[in-house]
Write a protein that binds this ligand. Structure first.
Ligand code: SF4
Length: 64
């Protein structure tokens, strides 16, 4: 799995950080930061959920 984010779309809701804190963080302005571009299998479900609930549709997943 390959994860990318569009920080310019982020509305700083923090959902992704709550669901997958190993993969996502927020900067000082609340915008999403990607911590792990290729998360391990144990994070895949969390990352999928984060992408699904992101209100800005700013999280994109690509399966390898
Ligand atoms: S869930 Fe989406 S809008 Fe909310 S902080 Fe994460 S990337 Fe930004």
């Amino acid at each position: 799995m390959n994860v990318s984010v569009e920080a310019h779309k982020c509305v700083s809701s923090g959902q992704c950080v709550l669901i997958a804190p190993e993969v996502f963080d927020q900067d000082d302005e609340g915008l999403v930061l990607l911590l792990e571009e290729t998360p391990g299998a144990d994070e895949h479900e969390n990352v999928k959920e984060a992408a699904a609930v992101c209100p800005a549709a700013a999280i994109h997943l690509r399966q390898d």
